[in-house]
Design a protein around this ligand. Structure first.
Ligand code: AMP
Length: 491
């Protein structure tokens, strides 16, 4: 499938795609659209920015257009699960855009708002429900929604849902869906927990992978500045005062940090807004709208709040604080350089954050060039990083007590296959891990062949069921607890 005309999309869907100005399908669309049309299960590695939303929404809408039966009250024909309210709202916006000539009935279900309007929408029966797992379960428990007529389920940003502690909820939700259905699981990374979920709930899935998480988009001009933490504010102002800033997202690790940075920018006369889990839904939507329409030029965000946000024209991403989970760096910088544009990503790194930087550089497999620094943090190649170099002596990064040291010094990154996006071979590249698996298996000979949902002993997940891996889901590959905060604190 080289162009949309060959994709077998319904005419009104095709019209909407043309209206959006899309000339050709993106790689993930080329792979996912035909498979979804065939009713196949899919396990896909895909980041935001690759066009993954249209990849699953266009075939969903095509199915609705071709079979316009009215859903029964309190049911939905298709369910899309997303980790955050922002991503759910954004998917709904895409559904409305691509479905503008079909007019599907759609509801977005998430917490933090009154349930009444959601219940009213559900009571009529809907074509598509887009939901975060927590609020969906609330409505399931009160009979607001039943999933026994849902024939397609999409889990978007599944790794993020697991990071937020939604694994038990997802298992309970999937357990309530009909056995005969289509399941599409998309994740930016492929940790073992996602594979386990796929084994439990997907039937002979086709595995696809585009733009692996370890390879940041080529069009992003990445740099790092080595600064003392006291110099960060001034550096941020300097970066954000540049003329070429169209829209910028500044990332902090904590909600309080986001508020502090936003306040500081406001004081300096730069219009900004902070979005994080402590802000009300209304406030977050207002900030995002302001950012989209250009009223607010700078958004200060935590990782969770910003994940999946798709806003064109973000020219700069500034990591005011480096993320302690290296994959988050790739997600952050992926906010810029979207839709074929280029972008700039600057990271401000103080001495305590250098271990985070090393983890990031190992993940992306290259050194991030340094610019305008207080001191020279750039010391050698990624693989031969010298831990005795000057910046390291300023202040050692404090690791939690139960941290196990990594295997092999010198950046070998010999981690187990148990973590996000790493390969079993210890290369640190999910792409390579995937190639290996795919290479070992001829097309059509799927590893699960003959072990469809019905045939698996664990096909019917029990509520709250935990596997060994799940108990470890908040640990990174080296046994270090992820310092991501509990779901409730972050959302
Ligand atoms: P997503 O990965 O779903 O967040 O999409 C990223 C961006 O790509 C969105 O702004 C879409 O509007 C845009 N997009 C999706 N499909 C295409 C396409 N085939 N051609 C050009 N832009 C696209």
């Amino acid at each position: 499938m080289k162009n949309f005309d060959e994709a077998g999309l319904a005419e009104p869907v095709l019209r909407a795609v043309k209206e959006e100005g899309y000339e050709a399908p993106t790689p993930i669309q080329r792979e996912v659209i035909p498979l979804m049309k065939e009713g196949e299960d899919i396990l896909g590695i895909a980041q935001t920015g690759t066009g993954k939303t249209a990849a699953f929404v266009l075939p969903l809408l095509t199915r609705l257009a071709e079979d316009r039966k009215k859903p029964a009250p309190h049911t939905c024909r298709a369910l899309i699960l997303a980790p955050t309210r922002e991503l759910a709202s954004q998917i709904a916006e895409s559904v409305r855009t691509y479905g503008q000539f079909i007019g599907p009935s759609v509801a977005v279900i998430f917490g933090g708002v009154k349930p009444g309007p959601q219940l009213r929408a559900l009571s009529k029966g809907l074509d598509i429900v887009i939901a975060t797992p927590g609020r969906l379960e609330d409505h399931m428990s009160t009979g607001g929604i039943k999933l026994d007529a849902t024939t397609t389920v999409v889990l978007d940003e599944a790794d993020q849902m697991l990071d937020l502690g939604f694994a038990p909820a997802i298992r309970r939700i999937l357990g309530k869906l009909p056995k005969v259905r289509q399941t599409v699981l998309l994740s930016a990374t492929m940790p073992i927990q996602i594979r386990n979920l796929a084994k439990e709930f997907l039937s002979n899935p086709h595995e696809i992978s585009v733009a692996p998480v370890s390879r940041p988009i080529e069009k992003i001009d990445q740099s790092v500045r080595f600064l003392n933490s006291s110099s960060k504010r001034a550096a941020l102002l300097e970066i954000l005062s540049e003329d070429d800033i169209e829209r910028a997202i500044v990332f902090t690790r904590t909600k309080r940090g986001a508020d502090r940075v936003s306040g500081h920018l406001e004081k300096a006369g730069l219009s900004s807004a902070a979005i994080h889990g402590n802000k009300s839904q209304r406030n977050r939507e207002k900030s995002l709208d302001g950012f989209k329409n250009g009223r607010i030029k700078i958004l200060v965000a935590t990782d969770i709040a910003a994940r999946g946000i798709d806003i064109d024209g973000v020219s700069h991403v500034v990591n005011y604080e480096l993320p302690n989970v290296p994959e988050a760096y790739v997600h952050r910088i992926g906010r810029t350089a979207r839709a074929g544009k280029s972008g700039v990503a600057v990271s401000l790194c103080d001495a305590t954050e250098q271990p985070y930087l090393r983890d990031i550089e190992r993940l992306i497999g290259r050194k991030i060039p340094s610019g305008d620094s207080d001191w020279d943090g750039a010391s050698g190649e990624v693989s031969t990083f010298d831990p005795t170099a000057e910046p390291q002596r300023l202040k050692r990064h404090k690791r939690p007590q139960n941290n196990r040291r990594r295997n092999g010094g010198g950046g070998g990154a010999n981690r187990s296959a148990g973590g996000a996006g790493r390969s079993a071979s210890g290369t640190g590249h999910p792409a390579q891990a995937k190639t290996g698996e795919n290479g070992a298996r001829p097309a059509g000979a799927k590893p699960n062949a003959g072990r469809g949902r019905g045939g698996k002993p664990n096909a019917n997940a029990r509520p709250g069921q935990k596997s060994g891996q799940n108990r470890n889901q908040n640990r990174s590959q080296n046994g270090r607890p992820r310092r991501a905060k509990p779901a409730a604190a972050q959302r």
